[in-house]
Write a protein that binds this ligand. Structure first.
Ligand code: BG6
Length: 516
């Protein structure tokens, strides 16, 4: 671990145990402290870290938001929130109660300098009273439209720079990072006027998932997989991010986002980069991120014609999911009844490099699909010659390796085996590894992992500026074509695996989607 917490993140070994790199004393400042993300993700993660004693005594939280509240109101709210979530037993309660005692709250508008003056006072008080050592981790859990205002507020009050060589000032920025390439570049400009790139932690919670990190373990800690992880053995790749939920109460947010911005530009691109990347020379933040950027640079940028033939966008209509009848997207609360926002995207991508030339990558994501499942499947080539009668192999599929990101986290290898009996017949079977069965260790929530990383200065699982830009470069032509209405919005019934057009996309190549 780096002795200077502001030093470039690539000094840190991302695989080190948290015990070997305990979080330093710090104040965690949450902008948007009265919002949904704070209650659903950030506070429960802080509570778990506190209870597991991974946070130092010199640790405090400052909530900032527009809602009027006193310090005590805020503390009470944070206490209740964790209690409601069923957080821990009596001992955990006790630890959490003592932590919450150090929480502070600043009410104010983000465009008012007084808010940042007050924040600075509170931070100075905490440094004196709680020994937080002038270390600050700012977290933007606010709507993206406020990001520049908050960043400028921090800059103008001198909070974006560390006060000494031994102290750090870092910022964690939630997705969406821009709404297209241009706006991401503009946001980067604002960010970089206040913070150096090595102070910036762009979060994508998928990178905090154990199974996403395990893609690196599987590929680079084993001798078996890397030799076959290329065009010679792999016929094609399928990435699926399926959700059974609809847009819930987020209709008006989702109208502006759609599946492409909400899932593909970030989560899918990150998982894809880890799947396609070359082995890094070193396992540190820049070693890994350099390779991810290289992989994303090899992904073909579709021109307007290819967007028409290689991409499908669609919306769910009324249907049945999990035994319940559910509304169509256009009938959801906060959604325009004539909306063209996509709740499903399927696309075919080419990867122009030595390893993957000629191996198509098919990506699909959607809401209101039959079940929640995220997986990466590598489908291998068929054998060059099958010395069997057709009848003997009618139940045989090509071999595949499936990385199940969630749920039922694990890995399956599908291959052909002889069916017991007098006849010689072959059927595909699975060799399965399940996290739950193989390990007794508890899996931390993605936010727990990522917050601890940000506190300890490990940026490996955060997205660098050039990665975000590259991901936007890939999806920008799609946004453009959709804005011009060049691609029709297909329909699929809620509870089905997407529109017919998505099946046709693969059928045209003589392939079909897996049924996860
Ligand atoms: C979020 C999206 O980033 O990821 C949501 O905004 C989506 O729309 C969620 O539901 C999916 O995350 P997970 O961890 O449940 O796969």
């Amino acid at each position: 671990m780096s002795s200077n917490p502001t030093a470039a993140a690539d000094d840190v070994n991302p695989l080190a145990d948290p015990e070997d790199r305990p979080a330093p004393p710090a104040v965690f400042v949450i902008f948007g402290a009265s919002g949904d993300l704070t209650s659903r993700k950030l506070m429960p993660a802080i509570e778990r870290l506190a209870v597991r004693r991974l946070l130092p005594p010199g640790f405090a939280v400052v909530g900032v938001a527009r809602t009027e509240m006193t310090d005590d109101d805020f503390r009470e709210r944070m206490r209740e929130l964790v209690e409601k979530g069923g957080g821990g037993g009596p001992e955990a309660r006790h630890v959490w109660d003592s932590f919450v005692g150090a929480f502070r709250y600043v009410a104010g508008d983000y465009d008012d300098a007084a808010t940042f003056d007050r924040l600075k006072e509170v931070l100075d008080e905490l440094d004196r009273e709680r020994g937080t050592a002038e270390n600050r981790l700012f977290y933007l859990a606010t709507p993206p439209s406020t990001f520049p205002t908050v960043i400028n507020g921090l800059k103008d009050r001198g909070l974006s720079r560390s006060s000494s060589e031994n102290a750090f000032s870092r910022i964690v920025i939630e997705k969406p990072y821009g709404h297209d390439l241009q706006s991401a570049l503009e946001l980067d400009r604002v960010v970089h006027e206040a913070f150096d790139e090595n102070q910036v932690y762009r979060i994508d919670h998928y990178l905090g998932k154990e199974t996403v990190q395990n893609v690196l373990a599987l590929r680079f800690a084993n001798a078996t997989y890397e030799p076959i992880w290329n065009r010679r053995y792999v016929d094609h790749i399928q990435v699926t991010v399926a959700e059974s939920l609809g847009v819930e109460h987020r209709g008006s947010f989702y109208e502006q986002a759609g599946a492409l911005r909400d899932i593909v530009q970030n989560h899918v691109m990150q998982v894809l980069a880890m799947t396609l990347m070359e082995p890094p020379v070193t396992f540190d933040a820049d070693g890994i991120r350099d390779e991810k950027v290289k992989a994303l640079k090899a992904v073909e940028i579709l021109d307007a014609e290819k967007v028409k033939t290689q991409v499908v966008r669609a919306q769910y209509t009324r249907g049945w999911v999990g035994g319940e009848e559910v509304a169509g997207y256009r009938d959801e609360e906060g959604v325009d009844p004539h909306s063209t926002t996509e709740t499903y995207v399927a696309m075919k991508l080419k990867v122009d490099n030595w390893r993957w030339a000629g191996v198509p990558v098919y990506v699909r994501t959607g809401k209101r699909l039959p079940k929640r499942v995220t997986e990466v499947a590598l489908q291998f080539h068929k054998v060059p010659h099958l010395p069997f009668h057709l009848k003997q192999v009618e139940d045989l599929e090509a071999d595949s390796l499936v990385l199940r990101i969630q749920p039922d986290e694990g890995i399956s290898f599908r291959f052909g085996a002889k069916i017991p009996g007098q006849a010689f017949r072959i059927r595909s079977v699975s060799m399965d590894f399940f996290y739950g069965a193989a390990f007794l260790e508890e899996t931390p929530d993605a936010y727990e992992r990522l917050l601890l990383d940000a506190l300890s200065g490990d940026a490996t699982l955060f997205i660098r500026s050039d990665e975000v830009q590259r991901a936007w470069r890939i999806v920008d032509p799609l946004l453009q074509a959709w804005e011009n209405d060049d691609v029709p919005v297909a329909k699929y019934e809620a509870g089905t695996w997407g529109p017919r057009e998505a099946d046709e996309l693969l059928e045209a190549d003589g392939r079909r989607w897996r049924r996860p």
